[in-house]
Design a protein around this ligand. Sequence first.
Ligand SMILES: [Zn+2]
Length: 129
Amino acid sequence: MTTAASSSGLKADLCWGCRRLREVAVTDEGGRTYCVSCAPAPAPSKAMILLDFLLSTVPFQVGDRVSCKTGAQIYDGIGHVVEVSFDPKDLASPVVPMFRVVMEEKAYPEMDDEAWYSEACMSLAGADG
Ligand SMILES: [Zn+2]
């Protein structure tokens, strides 16, 4: 459904919420129209469903203890995953999630307290040690 208003003006239709002829804000899957004040709370969006699916398939979860390497080569240390991102702003994508790791055992003192890693740069470190 396009929400763009045409030059002929905004589309008005019968609102299924208040049963008045109102400017249509939302049209649901069944073709029912609602005004802005009656618009139903959005159902889980496709993006949210996709995110749930992706989170169920990622190799590491929040709380996992992981060993991390920069560029899959330089050992950085061991830490815990605190965030999983699919957001391009974190250099991630829907198929290449990035994992934010808070370091507990740094391999070298210059290591940041936390860093983002991709799957290729991480391995499970076990419960302890
Ligand atoms: Zn209404």
